[in-house]
Design a protein around this ligand. Sequence first.
Ligand code: MG
Length: 138
Amino acid sequence: MLDFDNTMLPYTSKIPTRELLTWLDGMKRGGIELCVVSNSKKAKAAGFCKAHNIACITHSKKPGRRGIRRCLARFGAEPQEAALAGDQIFTDVLGANRAGSLSILVKPIHLHNIWLKLRHAAEQPFIFLARKRRITKP
Ligand SMILES: [Mg+2]
């Protein structure tokens, strides 16, 4: 499972990087099923997924479990068989953990406004504590 905004594409662009396209292709060739699970209500994520033949669930309301569960049900997967990669602790990581899946925190692509910067700053104590507990690697 993949978050979309600021995990796959920045908020400010609809154009994927070559690195993202290469990564997506590698995952598909490796037999890894992908599903975007996004809180977005905009058409951008769904349009991208349709263009790149990726399953997509929008309006997922992470950290709620409903969207994640819909994704797992679509693939007939148990929570422990799946991981969710995303850029936000309070939505992506918390949602994945609540659903019983592995959470993978990635660096946000671009913190282009003060609200994203403030949210990212609020996440830093949790990142620090997780590193200290060796839940994540530096
Ligand atoms: Mg995001």
